[in-house]
Structure formats: C-alpha cells, structure tokens
Design a protein around this ligand. Sequence first.
Ligand code: DAT
Ligand code: MG
Length: 139
Amino acid sequence: DRMERTFAMIKPDGVRRGLTAEILARIQRKGYRVVGLKQMVIPRETAEAHYGEHKERPFFGELVDFITGGPVVAIALEGENAIAGWRAMMGATNPANAAPGSIRADYATTVGENVTHGSDSPESAERELGLFFKPEELL
Ligand code: DAT
Ligand code: MG
C-alpha cells in the first residue's frame, strides 16, 4: 500500500484518434486520482529530455518527431502502487505482446504509435512529472 504519483500521457496518436475520454475513463474507473492534466504540444527539448535514455537508439529521431507532432494529454496520477499499476493497464511496449484488455492491446497495433506513456520507476516518475508539471499545477 504505497501511495505513489506517476506520469501518464496520451500520445499524439491517441489524441488524434479521439481516445482521450476513453483512456481517462479507464484511469478514473480504476480509482487513480488525476492530480494534474493538460493538453499541450511538447517542445522538442522537453521530448529529447523525456526520452533521453533512448538517445542512442536508431528510432530516437522518429520517436521525438512523433511525440512532438501533435497535441498530447499530460496526466499526473496518484494512487496506491500507481507506477506499476498504470504500466499494467497500458500493457507491453509492443502492442503485439500486450496483455488482452490492456490499453495497448485494445487500441494499438504498432510499437511506434502505442497510444500511452507511463513512468517505469519512482525515479522516472519524479523526473518526468518535473519535466511536464510545475509544482503548483499538481492539485
Ligand atoms: P515504454 O513506452 O513502454 O516505456 P520504452 O521506454 O522502451 O517503452 O520506449 C519508449 C517508446 O519508444 C515506446 O513507447 C515506443 C518507442 N519504441 C520503443 N522501442 C521501439 C522500437 N524497437 N522501434 C520503434 N519505436 C520504439
Ligand atoms: Mg519507457
């Protein structure tokens, strides 16, 4: 019973496809509190920092182009074990391997456009929440 905050995001493909309400509904049905929420276009420098761990990977340029290519919905979530719990709701990175009923299994077909993001550890959550939200934006 560890109370955690995590950073979640509806990526440009999800926003473009009109999935925002469905994904927020899943989050709220689960019982996580939405403590921060905004639709935004991510500045390139923020995207490069957010995905900094992948900067040597061959897909990095495409990833940054994609994530900055349209509005996203940035979400700060709070709840018990929210970090691993939100990752479980999303499913595996590659939708082909995502558990049935998970968001990526239900809404995505390609690893590049997999609808949502979630922090993968307490350290990532703190770093990513700090990149996307000012302290006073978390209510
Ligand atoms: P996750 O988003 O599940 O945390 P990740 O941190 O390994 O996954 O990768 C970040 C994003 O980069 C991922 O959501 C989609 C993209 N990506 C990962 N592996 C990829 C690959 N092999 N080809 C293309 N895009 C990839
Ligand atoms: Mg990741």
